[in-house]
Ligand binder design. Sequence first.
Ligand code: NAD
Length: 254
Amino acid sequence: MLLAKKKGLVLNVTNKNSIGWAIAEAAQAHGAQVCVGAQNDKLAGKVSELTEGRPGFSTTIVDFSDPSQLESLRDEVARSFGTVDFIVHSAAFAQREDLSGRFIDTSREGFLLALDISAYSLVALCCALEPVIADDASVMAMSYLGSTRAVGNYNVMGVAKAALESAVRYLSVDLGQRGIRVNTVSPGPINTVSARGVKGLSGMIESVHERAPLKRPFGAEEVAGTCVYLMSDLSRGVTGQIVFVDDGFNILGM
Ligand SMILES: NC(=O)c1ccc[n+]([C@@H]2O[C@H](COP(=O)([O-])OP(=O)(O)OC[C@H]3O[C@@H](n4cnc5c(N)ncnc54)[C@H](O)[C@@H]3O)[C@@H](O)[C@H]2O)c1
């Protein structure tokens, strides 16, 4: 069991197709105790249906737009776990109108919202939870290739993911003092509620699967496998990195 005696948080999950849920299930299957987050009461009901009656799971509610909820989460972690050995940040948000058409038309409000929820939230989460993150723990956040390439319709979310990846590098320096690793995992396109907010998702998925070096399908389970590695001591020398899980699509040129 790669994750025996480890305990951690996966924030957040919407339904069984969420990348976060695949990560939570894989971590639990490898022996970890996993607290699975939902953004609000309504989504918490759905998350509880997934975890109900299954040992090794608990649930919590956290909305990254509310700083007081991060403080409550820290107190809850202290009460129930003492400290955590891993944190998975698997959340993003942008207004639907900012995920189609021309990037140049992004409003200030839409820009700040996307950057706040999708990038700053990782910084705020690490800062609020720092006292309850165990030494040598592993933190990971989900990004996408649109951070460094102009991907049609991804628009403001690409800018948010660039900020997230940069934040990961700075956090890895700060938290590296205590042996805590911080990495980015960058999946290729996967059909989830959030991804469907980006116009033209199914075309993106088809094109990646057609062109990527590996010809086998990939999805949330492949992402989860990489996260288990990053949570485990096998990756103890790895921090500040971007690990792509996209059948190798990102290395292609013409
Ligand atoms: N699906 C893909 O193709 C893909 C590819 C690369 C990266 N990602 C990233 O993976 C992560 C998970 O997304 P997913 O595809 O599993 O979709 P999802 O919709 O299942 O999960 C996104 C989660 O973000 C949460 N969220 C949104 N606003 C929030 C807020 N204010 N506070 C707290 N939580 C909030 C939602 O509640 C939801 O649980 C995201 O960071 C996404 O950008 C997804």
